[in-house]
Design a protein around this ligand. Structure first.
Ligand SMILES: Nc1ncnc2c1ncn2[C@@H]1O[C@H](COP(=O)(O)OP(=O)(O)OP(=O)(O)O)[C@@H](O)[C@H]1O
Length: 323
């Protein structure tokens, strides 16, 4: 559905009197297959929106090639545009007209007839839990309803490939979870392929088959959430000891468990990352016991996507999302 090679975009900007070239996207390869839900993750300014705008024909790449929904981006931008849906961060509702009129206008803009636009619009309102909202002004809708209306607008011409730019930013947890269900349904009910950007790691984890991580304009990882977590981070085993005299022994045992990677020690807490904690824990507990190491507490934490992020980019995406 998407095949991009060396896609790049440089912006010429001014810093004082000086002209500076900002390489927003530094040559990315992206492959998305039909029916996938792919998440595009990255810190602020990493190049997500610029990539999305290139793939949706809104911005010309300065280098590279891509086919999107079967059409060449440079040679056939009109065909690309009519085959995709794009829901921008800011949404596309003006707030003045009625929701139903907006969606019909939007459909006609894509070249479908008034009748078709109304039929498709009403169907989408039903699918996206917008019953009764047809004659409402978008500004009177809740944040979650408005985002769902934006998505309906992006789908009115029945595209098989949908781009969503931060679809749940600014929504409360309940509205976000509700929208996740609707996004999953795009695939199950309509066979759509979805490419979305997000700041939320839990969203990427819950929703996406595959995650692309972009940092400083380059893709630094591409895999399933599970594979990324197990490859990069490993499970964390954390022991809290009762006696400082046992710290050296416990640290030595954990270091051995991790194949020589030194355990972290912070006062009475000793920790290490291992690929699969579940398989080594029973043996560890036995050997700590026979060495006379008493434990106050033991905790095992599965890796999170934030651990992946931290390892790959040196930054926590949580801080970025909170910023
Ligand atoms: N029109 C422009 N002119 C100059 N620089 C730009 C322009 N658009 C984007 N940039 C720069 O390109 C880089 C990538 O921006 P982009 O908006 O693609 O990042 P992003 O990953 O989408 O960030 P965010 O998560 O904050 O939306 C940033 O350094 C940004 O300042």
């Amino acid at each position: 559905m998407i095949h991009a090679r060396g896609l790049a975009r440089t912006f010429d900007t001014k810093r004082g009197r000086e002209k500076v070239a900002v390489k927003a996207v530094a040559g990315v390869d992206i492959d998305v297959e039909e029916g996938e839900i792919v998440g595009f993750l990255g810190p602020n300014g990493a190049g997500k929106t610029t990539t999305l705008r290139m793939l949706t024909t809104l911005l010309k790449p300065t280098e590279g090639t891509a086919t999107v929904a079967g059409y060449d981006l440079a040679a056939d931008p009109v065909k690309v545009r009519s085959s995709i849906g794009y829901v921008s961060q800011s949404g596309s509702t003006s707030g003045e007209a009625r929701a139903g009129e907006e969606i019909m206008d939007h459909g006609m803009l894509y070249g479908i007839s008034r009748q078709q636009a109304e039929r498709r619009g009403r169907e989408l309102f039903e699918q996206l839990d917008l019953d009764g909202m047809w004659t409402r002004a978008p500004r009177t809708l809740s944040g979650g309803q408005r985002r769902r209306l934006d998505i309906a607008m992006g789908l009115v011409h029945d595209p098989k490939l949908v781009f969503l730019d931060e679809p749940t930013t600014g929504l409360d947890p309940q509205a976000r979870a509700n929208l996740w269900t609707h996004i999953s349904d795009l695939r199950t009910q309509r066979g759509a392929t979805v490419f979305l950007t997000t700041h939320y790691l839990d969203e990427a984890d819950a929703l996406c088959d595959r995650i692309l991580v972009i940092d400083h304009g380059s893709i630094v990882a591409s895999d399933t959430p599970e594979a990324l977590k197990s490859q990069v981070a490993g499970d964390l085993i954390e022991l809290v000891l009762t006696d400082a005299a046992h710290v050296t022994t416990a640290a030595a045992q954990l270091t051995a468990l991790a194949g020589g990677t030194a355990a972290d020690v912070a006062e009475l807490t000793v920790s290490v990352r291992v690929p699969r904690a579940g398989t080594v824990l029973p043996g560890l507990l036995r050997s700590l016991d026979s060495a006379g190491v008493a434990l106050e507490q033991i905790e095992v934490r599965r890796p999170t996507l934030d651990d992946v992020f931290l390892t790959m980019t040196g930054r926590s995406l949580r801080d970025e999302a909170a910023a």
